[in-house]
Design a protein around this ligand. Sequence first.
Ligand code: DGY
Length: 326
Amino acid sequence: MKIFVTRMIPQPGLDMLTKEFIVDINTSDRVLSKDEIIRALKGKDGLLCLLTDPIDKDVITAEPKLKMIASYAVGYDNIDVAAATKRGIPVSNTPGVLTETTAELAWALLFSVSRRIVEADKFTRSGQFKGWAPMLMLGQDVSQKTLGVIGTGRIGTAFALKSKGFNMNVLYTDEQPNRELEQQLGARRVPLQTLLKESDFISVHVPLTRETFHLIDEKELRLMKNTAVLINTARGPIIHEKALVKALSEQWIFGAGLDVYEEEPHLSEGLKGLDNVVLQPHTGSGTIETRTKMALMAAENMIIGLKGGVPPNCINKEVFKKKTIT
Ligand code: DGY
């Protein structure tokens, strides 16, 4: 069988795949356009794609032989899963392996913003540091403050649990109560508005869906404390980026730490000129260990899926139910 891999991923994953299949890889280290993906899919049985690839209905229906899509990411808002399901194609993602890594990056951003690490580093390097000063680069304390976690799936839960050492008051929003957080941290499930008003640090951990698009807009930003720090390691469009630029420029909030953007890799006008925002290039899962685990997981899903089994991380298992019934 033949598969197409849309970009180089860590070698151990590619090695697993080349033992089983004829593997065609985009080695050009750039995001392919939709048309390029469609052309490359010709005659392929499997597609291993990334979160930057637009896997819409056109791509999914382009090649009749296509029977497995393995994504090298946990978020799959770039894939038309309904279209894949309709065609009976299993789609898999890479949950679990990147949970701690992404939660760690959210904390790194939280500290970078609250203690102005990036701004202070630039200041020191540029020779502006003339000695200790009582009012120099003052930030925000973290310990004993209120942490607001929007969405407590795997990553949100791991992020909240890491607050233990800082003895924080934890608020969260979720459709379901999170017993683990309630028992371990005394966390309280509250409406979003309460969380926004009461939290000192707010971290976004919901998937991007129709319901979460612009969940944080001007109205929500205005509810936050003027000392609040907002972190987003989930998906850019959950925050209305233009409204955030306004909030940061006019100091409605203290700062923000972003790993994701509304129209990646484009940044909204005015964002990069601000000192009270730390900008990371979507590297939430970006450690050597985790990216390797993601490659192995995506490869395993592809192999099992193309051999007719249920990929362990299949996100549209109904595809198999349908097959049994018919
Ligand atoms: C994912 O896998 O969805 C993450 O955004 C990668 O960093």
